[in-house]
Structure formats: C-alpha cells, structure tokens
Write a protein that binds this ligand. Structure first.
Ligand code: BG6
Length: 469
C-alpha cells in the first residue's frame, strides 16, 4: 500500500533543513517504503515545481553529502505541494481529495504537524472533523506533533485533550528529536546489551550523575520564540528529562513502545518535586539587547538543577542536569561519577580519582571509561587514564544519521518507542512547570563561560565540581 507523508508548515525552516533531507536520505538508503509520496502543505502560493526546487536546496545543504542525481530525480517525482490554509475547514476536505488522487486507492497517511504551535490543537481537530484521522480502506493514519507540546502543564493537558478528541493515542507520535540521536539510543544499548555495567549502575556504586547539554550558539534569529520559551521549556521539559530517563530507567522487558515508555514514566514519576533552592538560572550577557527581547527580560538561557529519583535504585544519588546557550563549548554528555574505592592502600602523593563513565551524545560521539592506573617508575602513585570508544571508528564510512531520518521512518513503520506518550509529556510538565512559575531573576553570565558560578555550588559529593567545565 502507498504511503503519503503530509507536512503541514512545509514552508518552514524545519522542512527544508531536517524533514525532507531525512526522507531523501531514507530513499537513498533504500529504506523509504516503496510508493511513498511527500506532500508539502502551506499557505504560500508555491507550485509543486517551486517546492521541489526549494527542497532540493535543502537537500543539497543539509543531507550531509553530495546529492545523488538519479535518486533525487526519483524522489522529486514523489514530491508535491498543496496550497492550503490551516484555518479553512474546506481546505482539509480538498486536501483529502488531492491525497486520494495521489493514492489511487487504499493508502497510508502520516501527517506531520510542523506548524507554529498554536495550530497543533485546531489542526489535529480539523483533520478529525474532515474525516482525515480515520480510514475506511485499511490504510493507517498517524500524526506526528513537533515540540513544543504545550507551554505549561495546563496547556499541555488541554492539547492532549484536543488531540485525543480526534485521534487515538496509538496514532499520535510526539517528537523529541534527542531520542532520534543514535548516541541517545546507545545509552540503552550500553546499559542493557552488556553485562558488566548494569550491576554497578545504582546507588551502591554511583556517587552522582551529571547531564550537560551545552551550546555555544546564542538564540540568534529565534529570539521571538525563545523569549516566550526560555531554557526550561525549550530544553529541560523535553530533551534533558528524556536523557535522564534513558540513564535511570529500569530495563524494559522488550524494546517495544509501551514497554519502554512504561519504564520511562515510572522513573519520571519517581523524581522528587524539585527544590527551588536546587535550581540556578542564568541569562547570557547581551541577551536583552537583541531585537525582540524585552529590556528587563527574565527569560533564562541557562539552567542547572539538582534532583533526586526516589526509588530503590537511585535513593540518595544526586542527579545534576544543566543546559545553556552561549557557553564555552558545544557538548551534550552524560557523566556517571562512581564512588571512590572504600579503602585506599596506595599512599602516593596524588589522590585516587574515582571512576567515571562518560557518554558523549554529541559532537565527537563516543564513550569513555576513566580508571586509575599506576604512574610508571613510582612506587605508589596513581593517575586517571581513559579508555575511549569513538563512534566514528566503527562507522565504516557511514555517517551517523540525523535524528529526523530515524524518527520519520519509525513513525512510518508504526514504532513509537522513540516518541513521547501523553502521560510522559504531562509528567515532564509537572516537574518543570513549578520552576518556570518561580519567575526568578536570572543571574547574568558572561558568554563563552560555563554559566553562572552558583551552578558550581550545586554539585557536592566526591566530585565537588561538574566533571566538565
Ligand atoms: C531544540 C531547541 O529543540 O534543540 C533549540 O529548540 C536547541 O534551542 C536544539 O538549539 C538543540 O538540538 P541539537 O540537536 O542541535 O542538540
């Protein structure tokens, strides 16, 4: 059966930068299901020819390699544009007729809401009202919803209700593109496809966990969006909490969507309400000078949080998560800091460094294990050394795929394990919403630093500091 991917908001940045390059790469690798069509839906008066030309530029720039003309030609034939207005009920009906024309019989449909967020509720309901969320021909109907899913707890609950009035939860695929990253998925492989790490992955051996997502870029041309969002909504409510679930969840019994998401929900539910004293918020110097930013804006561009997971495995283990823009380095990494050995018999001048496992999500994707080793030609001195695995070394020339490539394919295959379920999204808001409501004045920090110095004070335990600074 043919499949049609309908991208709403097709004239937006994401379509040309990520979605269509991702679909093109699936085609190039022979993974795009046969008979897949891609329809861009937006208000602009493009023809299908215009749309193809725009998408070609996107593919040239963002698909990660020179365009393969033969593949592009075939792919472009399945690409078309439908001009429509999300506010006009009649346009959904004519879209349906247009899609039926393409399908020429029974067909599967994946609708991708990549519009501005205020359309998520009305568009998903309008699709339902026009009969586009159900099929009578045995084809499936699914909907992908981009982030942000709501801007606080209340609006996320309302959005879930609106979506559920037209769609079953099993049809809904909420995106968190961090889950589409190979190295984020590899956290589960590292933990659950090996024997040697999981037995020590708990409070008996781990002193603390640190998750850092640091960006060097500032808010750039997205000031309008960012000013309303800030780092807590933009990154903590979704990406940071999802990384945290991967590190702390219990092993699911299978890699199926519900088994995985049940375990994630359990661990999200076990996170203790975050103490406002354990939250540091910052704003990079000069943020308020950008166009579109209020002169006295309190929007945080940096956050650092200490939290606890109140369950048997993690009782008493502090977990530090931090994220910010205009920082000293671009890195997303998870650091597992082990306890020091219970007794040290080596009396060398330098102290024994506790073991660490570092999972590098990006860039320089890899994993390192740090352990103590004897300093040659001394009697009792030890120093920390590193065993390092780089993804690039085993990739055999293949590039790590973009997150959106994997996620679009999974949605077409009906695998929702890397998408956020309605109950997860609600719980994530329950945790972060109270921090947003603190409405605290952020500390101004200098660009190209590691953020406000108070964040150093959050970290205690044997490490005494962020491992990465
Ligand atoms: C997005 C945020 O979800 O993630 C951006 O809106 C952020 O502000 C981006 O820059 C980071 O994603 P990545 O994949 O570049 O780490």
């Amino acid at each position: 059966m043919n499949t049609t991917v309908v991208i709403f908001g097709a004239s937006g940045d994401l379509t040309a930068r990520k979605l269509v390059p991702g679909l093109y790469n699936l085609k190039r690798k022979g993974r795009l299901p046969a008979g897949t069509h891609v329809v861009g839906f937006a208000r602009r008066p493009y023809t299908s020819e215009d749309f193809r030309a725009l998408m070609r530029t996107g593919v040239e720039q963002f698909a990660g390699g020179p365009i393969d003309e033969a593949i592009w030609k075939e792919f472009a034939q399945s690409l078309s544009y439908f001009r429509g207005n999300l506010d006009a009920p009649a346009d959904y009906a004519s879209l349906d007729a247009y899609l039926k024309g393409i399908e020429g019989g029974a067909g599967n449909r994946l609708y991708y809401l990549s519009t501005s967020p205020e359309y998520y509720a009305p568009a998903s309901q309008a699709l339902g009202a026009a009969g586009l969320s159900k099929s009578s021909d045995g084809g499936w109907r699914r909907i992908i919803i981009e982030k942000p899913f709501g801007h606080d707890l209340e609006s996320a609950l309302a959005l879930n209700d609106a979506v559920h009035s037209a769609w079953n939860e099993s049809q809904v695929y909420r995106i968190d593109h961090y889950l589409g990253k190979e190295t984020a998925q590899n956290v589960l492989f590292f933990r659950f496809a090996n024997t040697m790490f999981e037995p020590v992955w708990n409070r008996n051996y781990i002193d603390n966990i640190q998750i850092t997502v640091a960006e060097t870029v500032d808010v750039g041309h997205r000031a309008g969006y960012y000013e309303q969002s800030g780092v807590l909504r933009d990154m903590f409510q979704n990406h940071l909490l999802q990384l945290l679930t991967l590190v702390t969840m219990e092993p699911p019994s299978s890699f199926s969507a519900d088994a995985v998401r049940n375990e994630k929900l359990k661990v999200l539910n076990a996170i203790r309400a975050i103490n406002p004293a354990d939250v540091v918020l910052g704003q990079y110097a000069g943020y308020r000078d950008a166009e579109g930013i209020a002169p006295g804006s309190k929007t945080p561009t940096y956050g650092a949080i200490k939290l606890y997971v109140d369950n048997w495995r993690w009782h008493g283990v502090p977990i530090y998560i931090r994220c910010g823009k205009a920082l000293a380095e671009k890195t997303s990494e998870i650091n597992i800091q082990f306890q020091p050995p219970p007794h040290t018999m080596f009396m060398g001048a330098n102290a024994i460094t506790p073991n660490t496992i570092r999972l590098f999500i990006q860039p320089n994707e890899g994993i390192s294990v740090t352990f103590s080793s004897k300093v040659p030609d001394t009697t009792q001195q030890a120093r920390a050394v590193d065993m390092r695995f780089n993804f690039a070394d085993v990739a055999r020339g293949e590039k790590l795929p973009e997150a959106y490539e994997r996620l679009q394919l999974d949605a077409m295959l009906g695998d929702a394990s890397l998408f956020i379920r309605s109950d997860e999204i609600v719980r994530q808001w329950e945790l972060i919403d109270p921090l947003i409501k603190l409405d605290r004045e952020p500390t101004i920090y200098a660009r190209e630093t590691w953020g406000p110095p108070e964040a150093d004070g959050l970290v205690g335990g044997s490490s005494d500091t962020w491992l990465q600074r």
